[in-house]
Design a protein around this ligand. Sequence first.
Ligand code: EPU
Length: 420
Amino acid sequence: MESFLIKGGVPLHGEVTVSGSKNAALPIMAAALLTGEPCVIRRVPDLSDTRFMAQILKSLGAEARFEGGTLTIRARNIRGYADYELVRKMRGSICIAGPLLGRLRRARVSLPGGCVIGARPINLHLKGFAALGARIEIEGGYIDAAAKKLTGSTMFLGGRAGSTVLGTANVMMAAALAEGVTIIESAACEPEVVDLAKFLTAMGAKISGAGSPTLTVTGVEKLHGAEHDVIPDRIETATFAIAAAATGGEVTIRQARAEHLRAVIDKLTEAGVSVRPRGGGLAVRRDRNLRAADVTTLPYAGFPTDVQAQMMSLLALAPGISIITERIFESRFMHVSELARLGADIEIEGPSAIVKGGRPLSGAPVMASDLRASAALVIAGLAAKGATQVNRIYHLDRGYEKMDAKLRKLGARIQRVQEK
Ligand code: EPU
């Protein structure tokens, strides 16, 4: 297994370009299953998760070719069965269920199971499929969704923590080939859902309201091939912005879209970080001394759960008490005990982490537990004095394209080494 060896304490300076969004690319890749014609998807980040999704599509019978960030997918003849060995490795792969149901009227997909950040139920996906007229059975760890005919209907897809991103994506994809009009209330408003709607529209789907809580899909008989450019990754953007702030540097982030990051920019500003538009991107600089700030994760346009861990690393450096409340995934605090190994003083109280910030961090070996927790540990390691070894960075490679190379370009002393 590989690790990052970081010699911290160097302020990051320079320019970095963000890659295409992982969480936009994954459902868009799945959407290519809705047609037998070729789809060309550009700016697909080269990550283990996107490669894995391509492998899943191939296992279903599609052709998928990845060349310099452009993925060409052709799903001429496909089957509607995805087994546990594939699905369990990446929970995001559940978004193949909607397109399979839409195209084949049958999807037999393994239940993904929980993971380290929380339970990851899919009851809302199934509620949506059932509302379209699918008969759902769960047997032997598989969901079997089948329908002679899919019929549009009005449904409410809000759950315990609000809307569901992949649930909305799944139902929108199935509804694109249903008969009649589907209205999804409490639909997810994330930019990744909007990007998927844009791709589906390019394929011939009729969708309105994407980006709002009421999403309307008017079913069509057939979809055709299309081309698409995936949006820049807002979570990667936030991660580099926080890394720049945590190290006291100044970084210009190219391709960054401020309109996707209002809540993050607002909290960074409150914490004493300057974020300004520059040359089609964003310039991030730590202006003043860092200040404590309270953060609560929420569905979009609230503060993203996928940036909670990274923000915690920054607030651990800010003198004063910051309260970080996680409202999306109940156990997404695995990074807390690892940050403590670097000297951070953080206590968990129910859904909140109380960060007593301002203590100097010093390097130590730490263990990455999930994708965003890994990014938080890298940020803390970059800001800490001395050497930090972040182990198990395969988590990080799932969602960040060439993070070590990008950080080195900004002056960071970071090397990929074999874990000892
Ligand atoms: N939920 C339900 N029932 C459902 C579906 C979700 O109760 O049927 C709950 C979840 O347990 C959670 C909340 O609803 O409490 C939101 O989950 P959501 O369904 O929105 O998450 P997701 O679609 O499975 C995507 C991203 C995650 C990101 C979340 C929230 C992809 C591939 N994954 O997951 O990304 O954290 O939305 O924004 O798009 C990551 O990139 O590190 C990552 C985990």
